[in-house]
Ligand binder design. Structure first.
Ligand code: NFE
Ligand code: MG
Length: 572
Protein backbone atom coordinates (compact mmCIF):
# COMPACT_ATOMS: atom_id res chain seq x y z
CA UNK A 1 0.00 0.00 0.00
CA UNK A 2 1.38 3.38 -0.89
CA UNK A 3 0.64 6.52 1.07
CA UNK A 4 0.31 9.92 -0.49
CA UNK A 5 2.29 12.73 1.08
CA UNK A 6 1.38 16.32 0.21
CA UNK A 7 3.81 19.21 0.58
CA UNK A 8 1.96 22.46 -0.05
CA UNK A 9 3.27 25.03 -0.37
CA UNK A 10 6.91 24.14 -0.84
CA UNK A 11 8.66 26.95 1.01
CA UNK A 12 11.90 28.78 0.26
CA UNK A 13 10.94 29.13 -3.37
CA UNK A 14 9.17 31.88 -5.32
CA UNK A 15 5.47 31.25 -5.95
CA UNK A 16 3.10 28.42 -5.13
CA UNK A 17 4.14 24.85 -5.71
CA UNK A 18 2.44 21.72 -4.44
CA UNK A 19 3.94 18.27 -4.60
CA UNK A 20 1.90 15.12 -4.11
CA UNK A 21 4.02 12.00 -3.83
CA UNK A 22 3.12 8.33 -3.37
CA UNK A 23 5.45 6.63 -0.93
CA UNK A 24 5.79 2.88 -0.58
CA UNK A 25 8.31 1.08 1.61
CA UNK A 26 10.14 4.33 2.32
CA UNK A 27 10.52 5.35 -1.35
CA UNK A 28 8.61 7.58 -3.73
CA UNK A 29 6.88 5.55 -6.44
CA UNK A 30 5.12 8.40 -8.22
CA UNK A 31 4.95 12.18 -7.94
CA UNK A 32 2.79 15.04 -9.17
CA UNK A 33 3.89 18.65 -9.50
CA UNK A 34 1.23 21.35 -9.38
CA UNK A 35 1.49 25.12 -9.79
CA UNK A 36 -1.41 26.47 -7.76
CA UNK A 37 -1.57 30.11 -8.88
CA UNK A 38 -1.89 31.90 -12.19
CA UNK A 39 -1.33 35.51 -13.14
CA UNK A 40 -2.10 35.76 -16.82
CA UNK A 41 0.58 38.28 -17.86
CA UNK A 42 0.40 36.92 -21.40
CA UNK A 43 -3.17 38.25 -21.55
CA UNK A 44 -2.22 41.58 -19.99
CA UNK A 45 0.22 42.41 -22.79
CA UNK A 46 -2.18 41.66 -25.66
CA UNK A 47 -2.91 44.64 -27.91
CA UNK A 48 -0.16 46.71 -26.30
CA UNK A 49 2.63 48.50 -28.06
CA UNK A 50 5.43 45.91 -28.45
CA UNK A 51 7.91 48.56 -27.28
CA UNK A 52 6.13 48.63 -23.90
CA UNK A 53 5.60 44.92 -23.37
CA UNK A 54 8.94 44.36 -21.61
CA UNK A 55 7.78 46.51 -18.70
CA UNK A 56 4.73 44.30 -18.13
CA UNK A 57 6.50 41.04 -18.91
CA UNK A 58 9.28 41.81 -16.46
CA UNK A 59 6.66 41.73 -13.68
CA UNK A 60 6.21 38.02 -14.30
CA UNK A 61 8.77 37.62 -11.57
CA UNK A 62 10.55 39.58 -8.86
CA UNK A 63 13.23 36.94 -8.42
CA UNK A 64 14.62 36.54 -11.91
CA UNK A 65 13.87 40.23 -12.32
CA UNK A 66 15.45 41.44 -15.58
CA UNK A 67 15.30 38.26 -17.64
CA UNK A 68 11.70 38.62 -18.76
CA UNK A 69 12.37 42.19 -19.88
CA UNK A 70 15.37 40.93 -21.80
CA UNK A 71 13.45 38.09 -23.45
CA UNK A 72 10.67 40.50 -24.32
CA UNK A 73 12.82 43.17 -26.00
CA UNK A 74 14.72 40.46 -27.84
CA UNK A 75 11.43 39.08 -29.17
CA UNK A 76 10.28 42.50 -30.37
CA UNK A 77 13.67 43.28 -31.93
CA UNK A 78 13.65 39.90 -33.62
CA UNK A 79 10.21 40.52 -35.10
CA UNK A 80 11.03 44.05 -36.24
CA UNK A 81 14.58 43.40 -37.49
CA UNK A 82 16.18 45.79 -35.00
CA UNK A 83 19.94 45.64 -34.39
CA UNK A 84 21.33 47.03 -31.17
CA UNK A 85 24.68 48.77 -30.59
CA UNK A 86 27.57 46.69 -29.17
CA UNK A 87 27.50 48.56 -25.85
CA UNK A 88 23.84 47.63 -25.37
CA UNK A 89 24.70 43.95 -25.93
CA UNK A 90 27.44 44.17 -23.34
CA UNK A 91 25.26 45.94 -20.78
CA UNK A 92 22.51 43.34 -21.30
CA UNK A 93 25.03 40.55 -20.69
CA UNK A 94 26.20 42.34 -17.56
CA UNK A 95 22.61 42.69 -16.32
CA UNK A 96 21.89 39.01 -16.91
CA UNK A 97 25.17 37.87 -15.36
CA UNK A 98 24.35 39.98 -12.31
CA UNK A 99 20.94 38.43 -11.77
CA UNK A 100 22.28 34.92 -12.28
CA UNK A 101 25.04 35.42 -9.71
CA UNK A 102 22.61 37.01 -7.27
CA UNK A 103 20.10 34.21 -7.75
CA UNK A 104 22.60 31.38 -7.43
CA UNK A 105 24.15 32.69 -4.22
CA UNK A 106 20.74 33.44 -2.70
CA UNK A 107 19.53 30.01 -3.74
CA UNK A 108 22.51 28.17 -2.29
CA UNK A 109 22.57 29.94 1.08
CA UNK A 110 19.02 31.11 1.67
CA UNK A 111 16.77 28.75 -0.27
CA UNK A 112 18.64 25.44 -0.37
CA UNK A 113 21.35 25.29 2.31
CA UNK A 114 19.04 24.34 5.15
CA UNK A 115 18.08 21.18 3.29
CA UNK A 116 21.69 20.10 3.95
CA UNK A 117 22.79 22.28 6.86
CA UNK A 118 21.36 21.79 10.35
CA UNK A 119 21.38 25.34 11.68
CA UNK A 120 20.80 24.39 15.32
CA UNK A 121 23.60 21.83 15.26
CA UNK A 122 25.95 24.80 14.79
CA UNK A 123 25.40 25.53 18.49
CA UNK A 124 27.44 22.43 19.29
CA UNK A 125 30.38 23.46 17.12
CA UNK A 126 33.86 24.25 18.36
CA UNK A 127 34.59 27.66 16.78
CA UNK A 128 38.34 26.96 16.78
CA UNK A 129 37.76 23.92 14.61
CA UNK A 130 35.39 25.84 12.31
CA UNK A 131 38.11 28.45 11.91
CA UNK A 132 40.66 25.77 11.06
CA UNK A 133 38.33 24.26 8.43
CA UNK A 134 37.52 27.68 6.94
CA UNK A 135 41.19 28.59 6.60
CA UNK A 136 42.01 25.23 5.06
CA UNK A 137 39.52 25.67 2.21
CA UNK A 138 39.63 29.39 1.45
CA UNK A 139 41.59 32.63 1.85
CA UNK A 140 38.34 34.47 2.76
CA UNK A 141 39.32 36.88 5.56
CA UNK A 142 36.40 36.39 8.00
CA UNK A 143 37.68 33.17 9.48
CA UNK A 144 38.99 33.70 13.01
CA UNK A 145 37.78 31.61 15.96
CA UNK A 146 36.38 34.82 17.49
CA UNK A 147 34.35 35.53 14.37
CA UNK A 148 32.74 32.09 14.38
CA UNK A 149 32.15 32.34 18.13
CA UNK A 150 30.26 35.60 17.55
CA UNK A 151 28.11 33.91 14.87
CA UNK A 152 27.41 31.06 17.27
CA UNK A 153 26.36 33.56 19.96
CA UNK A 154 24.00 35.14 17.45
CA UNK A 155 22.36 31.77 16.68
CA UNK A 156 22.12 31.01 20.39
CA UNK A 157 20.38 34.30 21.06
CA UNK A 158 17.85 33.56 18.33
CA UNK A 159 17.33 29.98 19.57
CA UNK A 160 16.98 31.08 23.22
CA UNK A 161 14.38 33.68 22.29
CA UNK A 162 12.08 30.83 21.21
CA UNK A 163 11.38 32.75 18.01
CA UNK A 164 13.57 31.14 15.41
CA UNK A 165 12.98 33.78 12.75
CA UNK A 166 14.87 32.73 9.60
CA UNK A 167 15.61 29.41 11.30
CA UNK A 168 11.93 28.60 11.95
CA UNK A 169 10.27 25.55 10.40
CA UNK A 170 13.46 23.62 9.69
CA UNK A 171 13.59 19.88 10.17
CA UNK A 172 16.46 20.34 12.65
CA UNK A 173 17.84 17.11 14.02
CA UNK A 174 16.56 15.06 11.05
CA UNK A 175 18.78 11.97 10.58
CA UNK A 176 19.44 12.88 6.93
CA UNK A 177 21.64 15.80 8.04
CA UNK A 178 25.25 14.64 7.79
CA UNK A 179 27.47 17.66 8.39
CA UNK A 180 29.59 17.95 11.53
CA UNK A 181 28.54 20.88 13.79
CA UNK A 182 31.64 22.85 12.73
CA UNK A 183 30.68 22.80 9.04
CA UNK A 184 27.10 23.70 9.97
CA UNK A 185 28.47 26.75 11.80
CA UNK A 186 30.58 27.72 8.78
CA UNK A 187 27.51 27.53 6.54
CA UNK A 188 25.32 29.58 8.89
CA UNK A 189 28.04 32.26 9.10
CA UNK A 190 28.09 32.48 5.32
CA UNK A 191 24.28 32.44 5.17
CA UNK A 192 24.44 35.72 7.08
CA UNK A 193 27.32 37.13 5.02
CA UNK A 194 25.52 36.25 1.79
CA UNK A 195 22.52 38.28 2.98
CA UNK A 196 24.76 41.36 3.06
CA UNK A 197 26.49 40.55 -0.22
CA UNK A 198 23.28 40.04 -2.19
CA UNK A 199 22.09 43.58 -1.48
CA UNK A 200 25.38 44.94 -2.86
CA UNK A 201 25.62 43.05 -6.17
CA UNK A 202 22.21 44.30 -7.33
CA UNK A 203 23.61 47.84 -7.35
CA UNK A 204 24.93 46.93 -10.80
CA UNK A 205 21.26 46.84 -11.83
CA UNK A 206 20.45 50.10 -10.11
CA UNK A 207 23.32 51.87 -11.88
CA UNK A 208 22.79 50.46 -15.38
CA UNK A 209 19.02 50.05 -15.16
CA UNK A 210 17.95 52.80 -12.75
CA UNK A 211 16.48 50.43 -10.15
CA UNK A 212 16.21 46.91 -8.79
CA UNK A 213 14.07 44.86 -8.91
CA UNK A 214 12.83 45.48 -12.45
CA UNK A 215 15.50 47.68 -14.01
CA UNK A 216 14.76 49.65 -17.18
CA UNK A 217 15.18 48.23 -20.65
CA UNK A 218 14.61 49.65 -24.12
CA UNK A 219 13.69 48.13 -27.47
CA UNK A 220 16.66 49.10 -29.69
CA UNK A 221 19.30 49.12 -26.97
CA UNK A 222 19.49 50.07 -23.33
CA UNK A 223 18.10 53.08 -21.47
CA UNK A 224 21.56 53.59 -20.07
CA UNK A 225 23.14 56.92 -20.95
CA UNK A 226 26.92 56.59 -20.82
CA UNK A 227 28.70 59.88 -20.27
CA UNK A 228 32.06 59.17 -18.82
CA UNK A 229 33.15 62.70 -17.99
CA UNK A 230 29.88 64.31 -17.06
CA UNK A 231 27.03 63.99 -14.64
CA UNK A 232 24.47 63.50 -17.42
CA UNK A 233 24.73 59.76 -17.34
CA UNK A 234 26.76 56.85 -16.07
CA UNK A 235 30.10 58.55 -15.42
CA UNK A 236 33.52 57.29 -14.35
CA UNK A 237 32.73 57.23 -10.64
CA UNK A 238 29.72 54.96 -11.19
CA UNK A 239 31.71 52.73 -13.52
CA UNK A 240 34.42 52.43 -10.87
CA UNK A 241 31.74 51.35 -8.42
CA UNK A 242 30.60 48.62 -10.80
CA UNK A 243 34.21 47.55 -11.28
CA UNK A 244 34.46 47.09 -7.52
CA UNK A 245 31.14 45.23 -7.26
CA UNK A 246 32.31 42.82 -9.96
CA UNK A 247 35.54 42.16 -8.03
CA UNK A 248 33.51 41.57 -4.87
CA UNK A 249 31.25 39.18 -6.76
CA UNK A 250 34.27 37.30 -8.05
CA UNK A 251 35.73 36.99 -4.55
CA UNK A 252 32.46 35.91 -2.99
CA UNK A 253 31.83 33.25 -5.62
CA UNK A 254 35.37 31.85 -5.62
CA UNK A 255 36.27 32.24 -1.93
CA UNK A 256 32.94 31.61 -0.20
CA UNK A 257 30.32 29.97 -2.41
CA UNK A 258 32.48 27.44 -4.28
CA UNK A 259 34.60 26.28 -1.30
CA UNK A 260 31.41 25.88 0.79
CA UNK A 261 29.72 24.00 -2.02
CA UNK A 262 32.61 21.56 -2.30
CA UNK A 263 32.95 21.17 1.48
CA UNK A 264 29.23 20.54 2.01
CA UNK A 265 28.87 18.46 -1.17
CA UNK A 266 31.63 16.08 -0.08
CA UNK A 267 29.45 14.94 2.85
CA UNK A 268 26.50 14.20 0.57
CA UNK A 269 27.99 12.11 -2.23
CA UNK A 270 25.15 9.61 -1.83
CA UNK A 271 22.90 12.35 -3.24
CA UNK A 272 24.92 12.05 -6.45
CA UNK A 273 22.78 9.00 -7.16
CA UNK A 274 19.42 10.45 -6.13
CA UNK A 275 17.06 12.89 -7.79
CA UNK A 276 18.39 12.78 -11.36
CA UNK A 277 15.23 12.38 -13.38
CA UNK A 278 14.68 12.90 -17.09
CA UNK A 279 18.30 13.16 -18.24
CA UNK A 280 17.00 15.33 -21.11
CA UNK A 281 18.56 18.79 -21.01
CA UNK A 282 17.65 21.93 -22.94
CA UNK A 283 19.68 25.13 -23.47
CA UNK A 284 18.79 27.99 -25.79
CA UNK A 285 22.26 29.41 -25.22
CA UNK A 286 23.22 33.00 -24.46
CA UNK A 287 26.01 35.45 -23.59
CA UNK A 288 27.05 36.11 -27.16
CA UNK A 289 30.35 37.94 -27.41
CA UNK A 290 28.81 40.04 -30.16
CA UNK A 291 25.21 39.86 -31.30
CA UNK A 292 22.41 37.71 -29.92
CA UNK A 293 21.59 36.49 -33.43
CA UNK A 294 25.04 34.94 -33.77
CA UNK A 295 24.46 31.65 -31.99
CA UNK A 296 28.01 30.52 -32.88
CA UNK A 297 29.38 33.19 -30.54
CA UNK A 298 27.35 32.08 -27.53
CA UNK A 299 29.41 31.42 -24.42
CA UNK A 300 26.56 29.28 -23.09
CA UNK A 301 26.11 26.97 -26.08
CA UNK A 302 22.71 26.21 -27.58
CA UNK A 303 21.71 22.58 -27.67
CA UNK A 304 19.99 19.55 -26.26
CA UNK A 305 21.09 16.33 -24.60
CA UNK A 306 18.67 13.42 -24.85
CA UNK A 307 18.57 10.46 -22.49
CA UNK A 308 21.84 11.47 -20.82
CA UNK A 309 23.79 10.81 -24.05
CA UNK A 310 26.86 12.99 -23.57
CA UNK A 311 28.23 12.00 -26.99
CA UNK A 312 25.77 14.12 -28.91
CA UNK A 313 24.47 17.68 -28.67
CA UNK A 314 21.27 18.02 -30.71
CA UNK A 315 20.37 21.37 -32.30
CA UNK A 316 17.41 23.32 -31.02
CA UNK A 317 15.49 25.96 -32.94
CA UNK A 318 12.84 27.91 -31.04
CA UNK A 319 11.30 29.08 -34.36
CA UNK A 320 10.68 25.63 -35.74
CA UNK A 321 6.94 24.88 -35.39
CA UNK A 322 7.76 21.20 -34.84
CA UNK A 323 10.14 21.60 -31.91
CA UNK A 324 8.87 23.53 -28.89
CA UNK A 325 5.22 23.07 -28.04
CA UNK A 326 3.02 23.46 -24.99
CA UNK A 327 0.45 20.84 -24.05
CA UNK A 328 -2.42 21.33 -21.65
CA UNK A 329 -4.01 17.91 -21.13
CA UNK A 330 -3.18 18.05 -17.40
CA UNK A 331 -3.21 21.84 -17.06
CA UNK A 332 -6.16 24.09 -16.28
CA UNK A 333 -6.39 25.60 -19.74
CA UNK A 334 -8.24 24.97 -22.94
CA UNK A 335 -7.30 25.63 -26.57
CA UNK A 336 -10.02 26.98 -28.87
CA UNK A 337 -12.68 26.51 -26.24
CA UNK A 338 -12.49 22.76 -26.02
CA UNK A 339 -9.38 21.44 -27.67
CA UNK A 340 -6.01 20.35 -26.48
CA UNK A 341 -2.96 19.07 -28.38
CA UNK A 342 0.41 20.75 -28.59
CA UNK A 343 0.86 24.35 -29.70
CA UNK A 344 4.02 26.07 -30.82
CA UNK A 345 4.13 29.34 -28.83
CA UNK A 346 3.51 31.50 -31.94
CA UNK A 347 0.15 29.71 -32.11
CA UNK A 348 -0.19 29.50 -28.35
CA UNK A 349 -3.22 30.40 -26.30
CA UNK A 350 -3.80 31.29 -22.63
CA UNK A 351 -7.42 30.42 -21.87
CA UNK A 352 -8.02 29.37 -18.29
CA UNK A 353 -10.25 26.41 -17.57
CA UNK A 354 -10.13 25.53 -13.89
CA UNK A 355 -11.64 22.14 -13.17
CA UNK A 356 -9.84 21.24 -9.94
CA UNK A 357 -11.38 20.84 -6.50
CA UNK A 358 -12.54 23.83 -4.46
CA UNK A 359 -10.36 24.58 -1.44
CA UNK A 360 -10.12 23.25 1.17
CA UNK A 361 -9.35 19.88 -0.38
CA UNK A 362 -7.09 17.01 0.50
CA UNK A 363 -5.82 15.79 -2.86
CA UNK A 364 -5.84 16.98 -6.45
CA UNK A 365 -7.38 14.75 -9.06
CA UNK A 366 -4.10 13.87 -10.70
CA UNK A 367 -5.79 11.69 -13.33
CA UNK A 368 -7.29 14.86 -14.79
CA UNK A 369 -6.00 18.42 -14.95
CA UNK A 370 -3.99 19.28 -11.86
CA UNK A 371 -1.77 22.33 -12.47
CA UNK A 372 -1.66 25.89 -13.75
CA UNK A 373 1.69 25.03 -15.30
CA UNK A 374 1.49 23.93 -18.94
CA UNK A 375 3.56 21.04 -20.27
CA UNK A 376 6.25 22.31 -22.64
CA UNK A 377 7.84 19.62 -24.76
CA UNK A 378 10.67 19.50 -27.29
CA UNK A 379 9.62 17.22 -30.15
CA UNK A 380 7.40 15.53 -27.61
CA UNK A 381 10.11 15.13 -24.97
CA UNK A 382 9.94 16.62 -21.49
CA UNK A 383 13.17 18.50 -20.76
CA UNK A 384 15.11 19.75 -17.77
CA UNK A 385 16.55 23.22 -18.04
CA UNK A 386 18.86 25.28 -15.84
CA UNK A 387 22.49 25.38 -14.68
CA UNK A 388 22.86 21.60 -14.92
CA UNK A 389 21.64 21.70 -18.53
CA UNK A 390 24.11 24.50 -19.31
CA UNK A 391 27.01 22.68 -17.69
CA UNK A 392 26.27 19.35 -19.37
CA UNK A 393 25.61 20.84 -22.82
CA UNK A 394 28.85 22.85 -22.55
CA UNK A 395 30.68 19.69 -21.52
CA UNK A 396 29.13 17.51 -24.21
CA UNK A 397 29.86 20.21 -26.81
CA UNK A 398 33.54 19.73 -25.92
CA UNK A 399 34.02 23.24 -24.76
CA UNK A 400 37.39 23.53 -23.04
CA UNK A 401 36.25 26.14 -20.51
CA UNK A 402 33.33 23.98 -19.38
CA UNK A 403 35.43 20.82 -19.30
CA UNK A 404 38.03 22.52 -17.10
CA UNK A 405 35.64 23.70 -14.37
CA UNK A 406 33.59 20.49 -14.38
CA UNK A 407 36.59 18.15 -14.31
CA UNK A 408 38.16 20.19 -11.53
CA UNK A 409 35.00 20.00 -9.40
CA UNK A 410 34.57 16.26 -10.02
CA UNK A 411 38.17 15.69 -8.99
CA UNK A 412 37.73 17.69 -5.80
CA UNK A 413 34.61 15.72 -4.92
CA UNK A 414 36.13 12.43 -6.09
CA UNK A 415 33.08 11.49 -8.18
CA UNK A 416 32.50 10.58 -11.86
CA UNK A 417 30.71 12.74 -14.45
CA UNK A 418 27.54 10.65 -14.11
CA UNK A 419 27.18 12.08 -10.58
CA UNK A 420 26.12 15.36 -12.16
CA UNK A 421 22.76 13.85 -13.16
CA UNK A 422 21.37 14.04 -9.64
CA UNK A 423 20.14 16.43 -6.95
CA UNK A 424 23.73 16.94 -5.78
CA UNK A 425 24.89 17.45 -9.38
CA UNK A 426 22.23 20.11 -9.95
CA UNK A 427 23.44 22.05 -6.94
CA UNK A 428 27.11 21.64 -7.89
CA UNK A 429 26.30 22.72 -11.47
CA UNK A 430 24.74 25.93 -10.17
CA UNK A 431 28.03 26.83 -8.48
CA UNK A 432 30.02 26.02 -11.62
CA UNK A 433 27.59 28.11 -13.67
CA UNK A 434 28.36 31.02 -11.31
CA UNK A 435 32.08 30.38 -11.72
CA UNK A 436 31.82 30.61 -15.52
CA UNK A 437 29.53 33.63 -15.50
CA UNK A 438 31.49 35.72 -13.00
CA UNK A 439 34.43 35.52 -15.44
CA UNK A 440 32.30 36.67 -18.39
CA UNK A 441 30.92 39.49 -16.26
CA UNK A 442 34.45 40.82 -15.85
CA UNK A 443 35.26 40.33 -19.55
CA UNK A 444 32.11 42.12 -20.72
CA UNK A 445 32.65 45.00 -18.34
CA UNK A 446 36.25 45.40 -19.57
CA UNK A 447 35.01 45.38 -23.18
CA UNK A 448 32.47 48.06 -22.35
CA UNK A 449 35.13 50.25 -20.74
CA UNK A 450 37.37 49.76 -23.78
CA UNK A 451 34.58 50.85 -26.12
CA UNK A 452 33.94 53.94 -24.02
CA UNK A 453 37.64 54.78 -23.96
CA UNK A 454 37.66 54.46 -27.73
CA UNK A 455 34.91 57.06 -27.92
CA UNK A 456 31.85 54.82 -28.36
CA UNK A 457 29.21 55.71 -25.78
CA UNK A 458 26.22 54.67 -27.90
CA UNK A 459 23.65 52.44 -26.19
CA UNK A 460 20.54 52.93 -28.35
CA UNK A 461 19.69 52.70 -32.05
CA UNK A 462 16.51 54.61 -32.86
CA UNK A 463 16.39 53.87 -36.59
CA UNK A 464 13.42 51.50 -36.25
CA UNK A 465 11.73 53.12 -33.29
CA UNK A 466 8.81 54.49 -35.27
CA UNK A 467 6.01 51.97 -36.03
CA UNK A 468 5.81 53.26 -39.61
CA UNK A 469 9.18 51.55 -40.21
CA UNK A 470 7.79 48.17 -39.11
CA UNK A 471 6.30 45.35 -41.16
CA UNK A 472 2.50 45.11 -40.91
CA UNK A 473 2.69 41.57 -39.60
CA UNK A 474 5.70 39.86 -37.98
CA UNK A 475 6.67 37.10 -35.61
CA UNK A 476 9.61 37.20 -33.21
CA UNK A 477 11.24 35.11 -30.53
CA UNK A 478 13.53 36.20 -27.72
CA UNK A 479 15.50 33.63 -25.77
CA UNK A 480 17.55 34.07 -22.61
CA UNK A 481 19.52 31.73 -20.41
CA UNK A 482 17.91 32.86 -17.15
CA UNK A 483 19.12 31.73 -13.72
CA UNK A 484 16.78 28.71 -13.89
CA UNK A 485 17.44 27.98 -17.54
CA UNK A 486 15.97 28.28 -21.00
CA UNK A 487 13.52 31.16 -21.24
CA UNK A 488 11.61 32.05 -24.40
CA UNK A 489 9.14 34.82 -25.22
CA UNK A 490 7.28 34.54 -28.52
CA UNK A 491 5.51 37.59 -29.97
CA UNK A 492 3.20 38.20 -32.91
CA UNK A 493 2.99 41.84 -33.97
CA UNK A 494 0.14 43.03 -36.18
CA UNK A 495 -0.42 46.64 -37.23
CA UNK A 496 1.89 47.97 -34.54
CA UNK A 497 0.23 46.03 -31.72
CA UNK A 498 0.98 42.83 -29.83
CA UNK A 499 -1.44 40.31 -31.38
CA UNK A 500 -0.29 37.30 -29.39
CA UNK A 501 2.30 36.70 -26.70
CA UNK A 502 3.55 33.53 -25.07
CA UNK A 503 6.23 33.02 -22.45
CA UNK A 504 7.59 29.52 -21.91
CA UNK A 505 9.74 29.77 -18.85
CA UNK A 506 12.45 27.58 -17.29
CA UNK A 507 10.22 26.57 -14.40
CA UNK A 508 7.38 25.80 -16.84
CA UNK A 509 9.64 23.10 -18.28
CA UNK A 510 10.88 21.82 -14.94
CA UNK A 511 7.59 21.93 -13.00
CA UNK A 512 5.50 20.64 -15.87
CA UNK A 513 2.76 18.09 -15.21
CA UNK A 514 2.18 15.03 -17.35
CA UNK A 515 1.40 15.47 -21.05
CA UNK A 516 -1.18 13.80 -23.28
CA UNK A 517 1.14 10.82 -23.76
CA UNK A 518 1.54 10.45 -20.00
CA UNK A 519 5.16 11.65 -20.06
CA UNK A 520 6.03 13.18 -16.72
CA UNK A 521 7.85 16.46 -16.08
CA UNK A 522 11.32 17.07 -14.65
CA UNK A 523 10.35 17.45 -10.96
CA UNK A 524 8.02 14.49 -11.18
CA UNK A 525 10.70 12.35 -12.76
CA UNK A 526 13.44 13.44 -10.34
CA UNK A 527 11.31 12.43 -7.34
CA UNK A 528 10.92 8.82 -8.43
CA UNK A 529 12.72 6.37 -6.12
CA UNK A 530 13.73 9.14 -3.72
CA UNK A 531 13.83 7.78 -0.15
CA UNK A 532 11.59 9.38 2.48
CA UNK A 533 12.75 8.45 5.98
CA UNK A 534 9.98 10.25 7.87
CA UNK A 535 6.67 10.97 6.13
CA UNK A 536 6.01 13.82 8.54
CA UNK A 537 9.31 15.51 7.72
CA UNK A 538 9.81 14.99 3.97
CA UNK A 539 13.22 16.64 3.89
CA UNK A 540 14.26 14.49 0.95
CA UNK A 541 11.46 15.89 -1.22
CA UNK A 542 12.68 19.39 -0.43
CA UNK A 543 16.25 18.45 -1.33
CA UNK A 544 15.25 17.22 -4.75
CA UNK A 545 12.72 19.90 -5.63
CA UNK A 546 14.83 22.74 -4.24
CA UNK A 547 17.82 21.52 -6.28
CA UNK A 548 15.98 22.94 -9.33
CA UNK A 549 15.47 26.34 -7.64
CA UNK A 550 11.76 26.46 -8.54
CA UNK A 551 10.04 29.71 -9.41
CA UNK A 552 6.34 29.19 -9.85
CA UNK A 553 5.60 32.88 -10.34
CA UNK A 554 7.56 32.55 -13.56
CA UNK A 555 6.10 29.22 -14.49
CA UNK A 556 2.46 30.35 -14.52
CA UNK A 557 2.97 33.86 -15.25
CA UNK A 558 -4.53 36.04 -9.69
CA UNK A 559 -2.61 34.88 -6.81
CA UNK A 560 -4.35 32.05 -5.03
CA UNK A 561 -7.88 32.97 -4.20
CA UNK A 562 -7.87 31.17 -0.88
CA UNK A 563 -5.47 31.58 1.99
CA UNK A 564 -3.16 28.65 2.37
CA UNK A 565 -1.53 27.38 5.48
CA UNK A 566 2.22 27.73 5.65
CA UNK A 567 4.34 24.60 5.80
CA UNK A 568 1.67 22.09 6.50
CA UNK A 569 2.30 18.48 5.65
CA UNK A 570 -0.62 16.11 5.12
CA UNK A 571 -0.06 12.41 5.35
CA UNK A 572 -2.65 9.72 5.08
NI1 NFE B 1 10.90 33.72 -11.43
FE1 NFE B 1 12.64 32.69 -13.82
C1 NFE B 1 14.36 32.28 -13.86
C2 NFE B 1 12.51 32.88 -15.54
S1 NFE B 1 11.72 30.81 -13.77
S2 NFE B 1 12.69 32.91 -11.61
O1 NFE B 1 15.39 32.04 -13.78
O2 NFE B 1 12.39 33.07 -16.61
O3 NFE B 1 12.16 29.60 -14.24
MG1 MG C 1 3.33 30.79 -20.79
Amino acid sequence: MSKRVVVDPITRIEGHLRIEADVQNGKITDAFSSGTAIRGIELVVKNRDPRDVWAYAQRICGVCTTVHALASIRSAEDALGIRIPPNASLIRNIMNATIILHDHVVHFYHLHAFDWVDALSALKANPNETSRIAQSISPWPNSSPGYFKSVQDKIKKVADSGQLGVFANGYWGHPAYKLPPEVNLLAVAHYLEALDWQKEIVKIHTIFGGKNPHPHYLVGGMATPLDINMDNGIHSERLAQIDQLISQAHDFVTQVYLPDLMAIGSFYKDWGKIGGGLNNYLCYGDFSTKDIRDTQLYRVPRGIILGGNMNEVVDVDPRDPNQVSELIDHSWYTYDGSGSGGRHPWKGETTMNYSGPKPPFQYLNTNEKYSWVKSPRWKGNPMETGPLARILVGYAANRGDYRAVVDDALKKLGVPLSTMQSALGRTVARGLDAQMIVGWLRDDFNSLINNIKNGDQTTFDNSKWEPKTWPAHAFGVGTVEAPRGALGHWIEIKDGKTANYQAVVPTTWNASPRDDAGKIGAYESSLKNVPVADMNQPLEILRVVHSFDPCLACAVHLTDLENQKLTSVHVE
